[in-house]
Design a protein around this ligand. Structure first.
Ligand SMILES: *Cc1c(COP(=O)(O)O)cnc(C)c1O
Length: 464
């Protein structure tokens, strides 16, 4: 609790100014304004967020999927301080800078084979914009040129960010439908959302044969049929995150990769959410042993410290952009803060911890415990499905488990459960009625068990 009158007046003022001047992303603002008191974070420590009155919350979604090794990691703090002592920012346009160079070398070393070129930007959405524009321009400038290959194939329920190009390949109606008239046309494949079978076989369980959509046969056919008009396929590998942590079956991604090869279509992997160990491998593509032609990275790249993103491409793609200035083959794209040195320094320190601590290997036992603990929640009547990969889980709440009938959206069940969890000291955020669990990798066994326990209590409190 606030220590003094002065302190509580300061906190009231903070909340008041927020309500008067801030516009929060993805937030119904009337609902936010009614929150009393609003959660205002002041500090972080390892896996915990600490608010203005000193309450601690386990950061159950890694501050929107970005944090990796915890808050206030000494190595990353120190790396950013060291970089601040030299320079905070200089441009990548026509000059370079040592942190960006070192990070590019590191990223190309750990990335799936063949990705040798790094184009920096500052968010997942911009990493995707860059990927789409590179793929489009590549088809016009390759030898021989294929300008008719100008469209993109994307999955239904896809989420690739909120800029207009990224929204064009996105497929979540609740976010994207209103912008329809602004968007370019995208070729859509059905999402392999097995729990709500896209082929209508509601009874189909996880043990039985997948339908053509979930097996990847449908997207494969689409890629082959539309090859002549398609520049690239863009997919969130293994897990469609914002759709509600929808996981792909074994073989799905490999089918997409092989179809792209046969159809002479580029394969863009949007690893913004899945990259940097989130699924238990450094990159989700590794689960299927595939290498994309273009890969988008952001979120975890700086360990959750600073906005930085990278789009990686093969040397073959890069080659189509070579030529004398007058030939007009240059990639005319960039952002003021492209390759920001503070971000690059944080990213290098983040990757340094992966090496020093063997983070990926250490994740194995944690992931097993995470699934064991979350798996118990399957016993609750309101839990329709518990799914995910690595330290990335979604729990879909349903009004009726037998028929998989959802709750009416206006009941805001997902949100109400997360508020009940917050009262117990767990900060999570739902995607509709899917509860998301994505803790920083530094959570220990007790914290994993506690998190699942609190989630169960919150579900029982709200849903029964
Ligand atoms: C979050 C996300 C993005 C967008 O990243 P921002 O940094 O929020 O712009 C893009 N793709 C995927 C798969 C994501 O999860």
């Amino acid at each position: 609790m606030p220590e003094s009158e002065d302190e509580s007046a300061r906190l009231r003022r903070l909340a008041e100014i927020d309500r008067r001047h801030l516009w929060h992303p993805f937030t119904p603002m009337d609902e936010w304004e009614a929150e009393d008191p609003p959660l205002i974070i002041e500090r972080g420590e390892g896996a915990y967020l600490i608010d203005t009155v000193g309450r601690r919350y386990l950061d159950g979604v890694s501050s929107l999927w970005v944090n990796i090794h915890g808050h206030r990691r000494a190595e990353i703090d120190e790396a950013v301080r060291r970089q601040l002592g030299r320079i905070a920012h200089s441009t990548q346009l026509g000059m370079s800078q040592d942190a960006a160079i070192a990070l590019a070398e590191k990223l190309t070393t750990i990335a799936p084979p063949g990705l040798s070129r790094v184009f920096y930007s500052d968010s997942g959405a911009t990493a995707v914009e860059v990927a789409l524009k590179i793929a489009f321009q590549y088809q016009r400038q390759r030898t021989p040129a294929r300008p008719e290959k100008s469209k993109f194939i994307a999955l239904n329920l896809a989420y690739h960010g909120d800029t207009v190009g990224a929204v064009s390949v996105g497929g979540i109606d609740a976010f994207h439908a209103i912008f329809g008239p602004l968007l370019f046309e995208t070729i859509r494949a059905e999402s392999p959302y097995c729990y709500r079978c896209p082929r209508g076989a509601q009874a189909r369980g996880a043990e039985t044969q997948p339908c053509a959509v979930c097996a990847g046969e449908e997207i494969e056919r689409l890629i082959l049929e539309r090859a002549d008009e398609t520049a690239a396929v863009i997919v969130e590998p293994m897990v469609q995150g914002a759709a509600g942590i929808i996981t792909q079956r074994e073989g799905f991604l490999r089918r997409v990769r092989e179809a792209c090869d046969r159809a002479d279509v580029l394969f863009i992997a949007d690893e913004v959410a899945t990259g940097f160990g989130r699924t238990g491998r450094m990159f989700a593509c590794e689960h299927e042993g595939v290498a994309p032609d273009i890969m988008c990275l952001a979120k975890g790249i700086t360990g959750g410290y600073l906005p930085l993103a990278a789009t990686l491409a093969t040397e073959e793609i890069f080659g189509a952009f070579r030529g004398a200035p007058g030939e007009g083959r240059t990639f005319f794209h960039g952002h003021s803060y492209t390759g920001n040195p503070l971000g690059c320094a944080a990213a290098l320190a983040n990757l340094g911890i992966f090496e020093a601590e063997g983070t990926i290997a250490a994740l194995g036992p944690k992931i097993r415990l995470f699934w064991e603990e979350l798996g118990r929640l399957r016993a609750l009547p309101a839990v329709g499905e518990v799914r995910g990969l690595g330290l990335m889980a979604g729990i879909e709440l349903v009004a009726d488990r037998e028929s998989k009938r959802p709750y009416p959206p206006e009941t805001r069940m997902g949100r109400r459960v997360t508020l009940a969890a917050r009262r117990r000291g767990l900060a999570i955020r739902p995607l509709g009625d899917v509860l998301v669990f994505m803790p920083p990798y530094c959570v220990n066994d007790e914290e994993i068990a506690w998190m699942a326990g609190v989630a169960g209590e919150a579900i029982e409190e709200v849903c029964s």
